[in-house]
Structure formats: structure tokens, C-alpha cells
Write a protein that binds this ligand. Structure first.
Ligand SMILES: C[S@@+](CC[C@H](N)C(=O)[O-])C[C@H]1O[C@@H](n2cnc3c(N)ncnc32)[C@H](O)[C@@H]1O
Length: 294
């Protein structure tokens, strides 16, 4: 995802309608903002930076790489918070100095840089940069990312089934022979698609990453998943839990959606049978991909 994509109002509408996401962030600020010097990475509209100030933050610096910084600045001014909330239009990774906050002075650094594939918005690099501003004992949110994989029945994007149904309908109307379209309607697996939610058939943790601690996601890891009953899996879902604070987390689903990696062929497992899944992470390329290792 490119940074300028966030300036699209639909992107902001999508995330702002996600109440579970918003409530987790609000709960974090209710716990941690009072009296704190706060850094928000990627403030976008500026709402949470303003809330942090209203909830008692001593000073808030809200960094936003896209032109949405102007909207955040307008919100700050409309709420009489200029002077306490400073909006900086910049990529935090390229920032050497922040207004009124020195390195080692931030009590709370937070940012929502997640997606169905948790690595495509640069959360690892951004939280690493944010951690560099923290005071000793300062709090980073999210500070931990747990990634799990789950076998799911349907690994194919809903669009494929939809396109097949439409082609069949149109073909029937003209009595067409459709065989030459078969390859076109069979996207090359493995492919990745987005589901709003998934029902895991079997699930296992893949890895946990501490953010802001110099850790990088493993390039490749193997995960053993055991079928609790006989099942056929068409793909694997990637599920994340991003820990904001004790008992407070953002999870896949909601506006994030769930990343599903379709398998080249369905996987049939007997009850109790295990399969090894290969989980590859390449944030610079496609992000996470999961496929059977055998
Ligand atoms: C998912 S939006 C979150 C908006 C808002 N903080 C919220 O939670 O509602 C992420 C925002 O972070 C910004 N962003 C991403 N990486 C950044 C970086 N390294 N430095 C500054 N802003 C960044 C994007 O432009 C985008 O507006």
C-alpha cells in the first residue's frame, strides 16, 4: 500500500467505521494519555491525537506522511489544541527532530499501521522508528504482533466464484462453448485474497514479533497444523493479534479483513492428521504467503 493511498477518503471511512478498532485505541488512550508526552505515528485525520490531548496528554506530536496532515491540523485548530498537539507532515522514518519532543522523552508512542496482511503498511519499520523516541519505561502500542495461520475451507477469492457464475450465465444465454475461458477463470495459485471473516478449520501460532525491539519477521517459518476432524482445506488464513496494552489488542477481521492464501490444490486431511505449512514473509514484495510445505 502506498502512503498517498491513505489520503483517499474511502480509506479513512473504512477504518473509522470499525468500532472494535476504535474502542481499543480509545481504551489505550484512556489508560495511558493522562500526563503523557505522546507520539502518534500516522495520525491521518488527527482524531486520536486530539483525543489524547483531551484525555490529559501533556503534549502530543502527530506525524502524518500524507497530505491528510492538513485535515489533522484543521481538527487541532478547530478544537483549540494548537500548542498542545503538533501535526508534522513527514514520514517518521525520515524525521530527525520533532517539535517540543526530544529523543527519549516520549511516554506513549502509538500508531495503527495494520492491514489484513499485517506487514504491508510498514508497521515493523514505523514502530521501530517510534520506539527510538521513547523515554525509559515508555509504552509502545502495538508492542507485540502475534501471527497465526488457520486452514480454511474456501481458499479461492469470492470474485472467482462470481466470475464463473456470470460467465456460465452469459454463456448459457448464447449457447456458448466456454472451455477456452477455463484457464482465465482459474487464477494461478497460490493467490491471496481478502475475506471479511473466516471460520478456521484448524489453527496454529506461526510467530510472535516484538515491535520496536529490533526484531524482523522470519523470512520463512514452518507451522504444523493438526486437523481436529476429517477436513478439506482450500487455503490458509493469516490471523494477527496486535497487542496495544495488557488485555487490549487489534485483531484480523473488521475493517482489516482476513488474508486468505489459496492452495494450488485442496488439502484433504484425516482426523488427527497434521500438515506442515510454509509461511513466508516478504514485506517488500507481496507480504505474507502460506502454502503446504509438502
Ligand atoms: C491506517 S491509517 C491510521 C489513521 C489513524 N491513526 C487512525 O487510527 O484512525 C495509517 C496512517 O499512517 C500514515 N503513515 C504510514 N506510515 C507512516 C510513516 N512512516 N510516517 C508517518 N505516517 C505514516 C498513513 O499515511 C496513514 O494516514
Amino acid at each position: 500500500m502506498e502512503l498517498e493511498d491513505f489520503a483517499d477518503p474511502w480509506e479513512q471511512v473504512r477504518l473509522l467505521q470499525d468500532r472494535a478498532r476504535n474502542d481499543a485505541l480509545l481504551a489505550l488512550l484512556e489508560r495511558r494519555a493522562a500526563g503523557a508526552r505522546v507520539l502518534e505515528v500516522g495520525t491521518a485525520h488527527g482524531l486520536f491525537a486530539c483525543l489524547a490531548a483531551k484525555l490529559g496528554a501533556e503534549r502530543v506530536v502527530a506525524v502524518e506522511a500524507s497530505p491528510l496532515a492538513a485535515t489533522a491540523r484543521a481538527l487541532v485548530e478547530a478544537n483549540g489544541l494548537a500548542g498542545r498537539v503538533e501535526v508534522v507532515e513527514a514520514d517518521l522514518l525520515e524525521v530527525d527532530a520533532l517539535p517540543g519532543l526530544a529523543r527519549g522523552e516520549v511516554d506513549l508512542a502509538f500508531g495503527e499501521l495494520l492491514n489484513a496482511d499485517p506487514f504491508v503498511e510498514g508497521v515493523v519499520e514505523a514502530m521501530e522508528a517510534a520506539a527510538g523516541w521513547l523515554a525509559p519505561g515508555g509504552h509502545l502500542a502495538p508492542g507485540r504482533l502475534r501471527v497465526s495461520v488457520a486452514l480454511v475451507a474456501d481458499g479461492s477469492p469470492a470474485e472467482v466464484a462470481g466470475a464463473r457464475a456470470e460467465v456460465a450465465r452469459l454463456g448459457a444465454r448464447g449457447g456458448l462453448v466456454l472451455d477456452p475461458l477455463e484457464a482465465l477463470l482459474t487464477p494461478r495459485a497460490p493467490y491471496r485474497s481478502l475475506a471479511p471473516e473466516v471460520t478456521p478449520l484448524a489453527m496454529a501460532p506461526a510467530f510472535t514479533l516484538r515491535l520496536g525491539a529490533g526484531e524482523a519477521p522470519p523470512e520463512e517459518t514452518r507451522v504444523r497444523v493438526e486437523a481436529p476432524r476429517a477436513l478439506e482445506a482450500g487455503g490458509a488464513a493469516v490471523l494477527f493479534e496486535a497487542e496495544l496494552d495488557a488485555g487490549l489488542a487489534w485483531r484480523s477481521g473488521g475493517h482489516f479483513g482476513v488474508l486468505v492464501c489459496g492452495f494450488a490444490a485442496p488439502l484433504r486431511l484425516a482426523a488427527g492428521e497434521a500438515v506442515e505449512l510454509r509461511v513466508r514473509v516478504d514485506p517488500a514484495d507481496d507480504g505474507i504467503a502460506v502454502e503446504p510445505a509438502r
